[in-house]
Design a protein around this ligand. Structure first.
Ligand SMILES: *Cc1c(COP(=O)(O)O)cnc(C)c1O
Length: 343
C-alpha cells in the first residue's frame, strides 16, 4: 500500500528504523514485565546520560497522559496551572489535565501568542490572592509551541525565574522536544533543568516511535508516587519493554536529534520556496518543523483539489508538519502546487 506522502500531521509518519530495530531486538525471547526489564533500565539511563543529570524517568503511551499526569503531580486539586491559550493541554486534551488532577484548573493567559511571557504569568499569578480563586501552582510551556515557534534559552530562564519568585513550578510540553534541540543547537540539559524546568514531557511518537512519551522529573522529590499515578491512570504498560526499547534505539544512535533536524529542514525548505509568493503569508516564523500558511480560501480549495491534506484549526491558516520521514522531493511538489494554486 503506497499512498502519496502528506504533511497534515507529523503523526502521519511511521516508525523510524532505529526505533523499529530496537523493538525487534526487544521482541527476542521473554523478559520481565512492568518495567523490570533491561530495556527499560537502559532507556532511563540513556535519558540520564543525554540530560547529564540523575533524573527520574517514566514511560507512558501518549502525550495527553504525560502532560496531564505530570501537571497533576505538581498540583493539589485546588491549584491552577497557567498556560498559553494555544496550549495543547488547553485546546486538545479533552479536559484530561483537570480530570487527572481532580480539578486543578487551567488558566489560559490573555495573549494572542503561543509563547508565554513572564508578565503573562505574573498577571495571572498575582491578580487574585483570595480564597475563591484556584491558587496558581504551576506553569506549562510548549517547546516548540503549537505554532512552531521556539522559546530561546533566555526566555525559558526568564520564565523560570518568574516562576521561582512566585512559588510556581515549571512544566515543559516537549512533544516535539527533539525539534527544539535541533533548531536551537543547544543541549537537552541547557533547555531544561539548567534553565529551571522542573518536569519535561519528551515526545517519542512525533520523533519516530510508534507510541510513547517519556516524563522526566529533574527534582526527584516531585516524582513521589508518580509510578502509582501512572498505574491508576491506565498508563503502566505491562510489556513495558516495547515502550522503552525504541527510546534506546533513538537516543543511543543519535536518531532523535537527526529526526528532529530533518523535520525542521523540510519546513525551512518549504518556507524558502514560497515565502516571496504574492498573496501568501507565513502566519508564524518557521523555527521548527511546522509551517502555517495564510492564503485565500480559493488557494486552499485548489490545493485540496490537487490532493493535499491539511488542517486549518489554528487561525484559519493551513498547517504543514514535517516528520523524520518527510521526503524533500514531496516537499518540493507541495511548494510547486502552492505556487501554482496562488497564481
Ligand atoms: C501531539 C502533541 C501532544 C501529544 O498528543 P497525544 O495525541 O496525546 O499523544 C502534546 N502536546 C503537543 C503540543 C502536541 O502537538
Amino acid at each position: 500500500m503506497s499512498v502519496r506522502q502528506q504533511f497534515a500531521s507529523d503523526n502521519y509518519a511511521g516508525i523510524c528504523p532505529e526505533a523499529w530495530q530496537a523493538m525487534q531486538q526487544a521482541n527476542a525471547g521473554s523478559l520481565p514485565a512492568y518495567g523490570e526489564d533491561e530495556w527499560t533500565v537502559r532507556a532511563a539511563d540513556a535519558f540520564r546520560t543525554l540530560f547529564d543529570t540523575d533524573c527520574e524517568v517514566f514511560f507512558v503511551f501518549n502525550g495527553t497522559a504525560a502532560n496531564s499526569l505530570a501537571l497533576a503531580s505538581l498540583c493539589q486539586s485546588y491549584n491552577s496551572v497557567i498556560c498559553s491559550p494555544f496550549a495543547h493541554v488547553e485546546t486538545d486534551e479533552c479536559g484530561a489535565p483537570e480530570f487527572f488532577s481532580n480539578g486543578s484548573k487551567l488558566l489560559a493567559a490573555r495573549t494572542d501568542s503561543a509563547k508565554l511571557r513572564p508578565q503573562d504569568v505574573r498577571t495571572l499569578a498575582t491578580c487574585r490572592t483570595d480564597i475563591h480563586y484556584p491558587k496558581p501552582r504551576a506553569v506549562t510551556i510548549t517547546q516548540p509551541t503549537e505554532t512552531g515557534e521556539l522559546y530561546t534559552l533566555e526566555e525559558i530562564r526568564a520564565l523560570s525565574a518568574t516562576c521561582r519568585e512566585l512559588g510556581l513550578r515549571l512544566h515543559m510540553d516537549g512533544s516535539r522536544f527533539a525539534n527544539a534541540c535541533a533548531a536551537l543547537g543547544c543541549s537537552p540539559a541547557d533547555m531544561t533543568w539548567k534553565a529551571g524546568v522542573d518536569v519535561l514531557c519528551f515526545g517519542g511518537t512525533k520523533n519516530g516511535m510508534a507510541v510513547g512519551e517519556a516524563i522526566l522529573f529533574f527534582d526527584r522529590a516531585m516524582a513521589e508516587g508518580f509510578d502509582y499515578r501512572c498505574k491508576q491512570a491506565g498508563q503502566l504498560a505491562s510489556k513495558m519493554r516495547f515502550l522503552s526499547a525504541p527510546w534506546v534505539g533513538l537516543l543511543e544512535s543519535g536518531a532523535w536529534l537527526r529526526n528532529g533536524a530533518h523535520g525542521n529542514a523540510c519546513a525551512t525548505r518549504l518556507a524558502d520556496a514560497i515565502k516571496d509568493v504574492p498573496g501568501l503569508e507565513l502566519m508564524f516564523p518557521v523555527q521548527a518543523n511546522a509551517l502555517f500558511l495564510r492564503a485565500s480560501e480559493k488557494v486552499f480549495t485548489a490545493l485540496r483539489e490537487r490532493g493535499w491534506r491539511f488542517y486549518t484549526f489554528i487561525g484559519g491558516g493551513a498547517r504543514f508538519m514535517f516528520a523524520w520521514d518527510a521526503d524533500p522531493a514531496r516537499v518540493d511538489e507541495l511548494a510547486a502546487d502552492i505556487v501554482a494554486c496562488s497564481a
